[in-house]
Write a protein that binds this ligand. Structure first.
Ligand code: FES
Ligand code: FE
Length: 383
């Protein structure tokens, strides 16, 4: 069947090459990941001055650290001398400064060039002018978001706006006090699939009855194929016999006290474009960040967040973590199953979206809109 012959109740997906093309991925890096607010780290990962993490954001490596005034700062991870990558490790800690391993130019935690061999003989080198180039930073929900654009979009419109569009009200998410929670478990998944397959999968629940037996036990309405994301403001209700959001429906951990009775025993799922998924349940929050690294590879870092006391007392969160770890494993296996077929000639015109998946078409339109008109997609240069 070609997509042009689809009946009205079905809609075409993106063509297969949108999940395999290096050129399209490069455009996505430029027009999406390097242009929008991009969530990189848990603020608590940078809990003292000098601790740092490095991330690939689009085509750039970004260094995120905490400076002596305790603010979070982000820089292009590029030495201003001859361009060596300053920090090559994914995370670490420096005492007072970052020293380039090539010729030892040294930058303080605010990015200022503070030392370089023979620098006194080079009076024309401005220490601020040749400091690390900063990247815009915001903190929200206890996470660090960066934006590489010269003129960043409004954080409220882009990031908070997506949450409001899904929940109808940012207060719903704020009641989970996410910035006050601690990471109980973090699992990093290396997924051999295009980032859009992962987003699309997260947005729909047509697959839930087939691949998520544990999740549909806890959230019986998911067996019908309509995701919590399909309806604005809707939280999926726990099954009648379910005590908590755990792999066997057994009791969970201490509830987050600011969660309202209306939100209790419910599960909310939110996609924050371009690369964050949030799940809210009464006793914990699950937050995924995707780091797309190639057209066919995406790293997903997933945090399970609990009340500080739950983490400090080292309570048993294993049944709680296991539920969504299984969901993740099942979802990512499905995405990896689709990825090779995206290059099949059978998928050149794409596949189909059934009615319960129609909201995914809005995501496709959004991606295409970001990339610009098809005629302009070839050979677009960096601004
Ligand atoms: Fe960094 Fe020379 S490239 S000091
Ligand atoms: Fe799923």
């Amino acid at each position: 069947m070609t997509t042009s012959s689809l009946p009205e109740s079905l809609i075409a997906t993106l063509p297969g090459d949108h999940y395999t093309s290096q050129e399209l991925f490069r455009l996505e890096q430029e027009h999406i990941f390097e242009s929008m607010w991009f969530c990189v780290a848990r603020s608590a990962d940078l809990d003292r001055p000098g601790r740092y993490r490095t991330f690939q954001v689009g085509r750039e490596s970004v260094l995120v650290t905490r400076s002596r005034d305790r603010t979070v700062r982000a820089f292009f991870n590029v030495c201003r001398h001859r361009g060596a990558q300053l920090c090559t490790q994914p995370s670490g800690e420096v005492k007072r400064a970052f020293q380039c391993p090539y010729h030892a130019w040294t930058y303080d935690l605010e990015g200022k060039l503070v030392a370089a061999p023979n620098l006194t003989k080079m009076p024309d080198i401005g220490r601020t002018e040749f400091g690390l180039v900063p990247v815009q930073v915001r903190e929200w929900l206890g996470y660090v978001w960066v934006c590489l654009a010269d003129d960043p979009p409004s954080f409220e419109e882009q990031v908070v706006g997506d949450v409001v569009a899904r929940l109808g009200d940012a207060e719903v998410i704020e009641r989970y006090s996410i910035e006050e929670l601690d990471v109980g478990r973090r699992i990093v998944y290396d997924v051999a699939a295009n980032w859009k397959l992962i987003v699309e999968n997260f947005m729909e629940c047509y697959h839930c009855a087939t691949i998520h037996p544990e999740l549909t036990e806890v959230l019986p309405e998911f067996a019908d194929g309509y995701a919590a994301q399909y309806f604005v403001g809707h939280g999926a209700e726990f099954g009648a016999d379910v005590k908590g959001f755990t792999v066997d429906g057994s009791e969970g951990l201490d509830r987050i006290p600011t969660v309202t009775p209306a939100q209790d025993r419910r599960y909310y799922a939110i996609t924050i474009r371009p690369q964050v998924f949030v799940n809210l349940v009464p006793d914990h929050v699950i937050l995924h960040r995707m780091y797309p690294v190639a057209a066919d590879r995406t790293i997903v870092e997933c945090d399970w967040l609990y009340l500080k006391d739950v983490v400090a007392r080292d309570e048993d969160i294993s049944r709680s973590v296991e539920l969504f770890h299984r969901v993740n494993t099942q979802d990512f296996a499905a995405c990896e199953r689709c990825q090779p077929a995206m290059g099949s000639r059978l998928y050149a015109g794409g596949g189909v979206l059934v009615p319960s998946e129609h909201h995914i078409a809005a995501f496709h339109e959004w991606v295409l809109d970001r990339l610009g008109p098809p005629s302009g997609r070839a050979g677009v240069s960096r601004g």
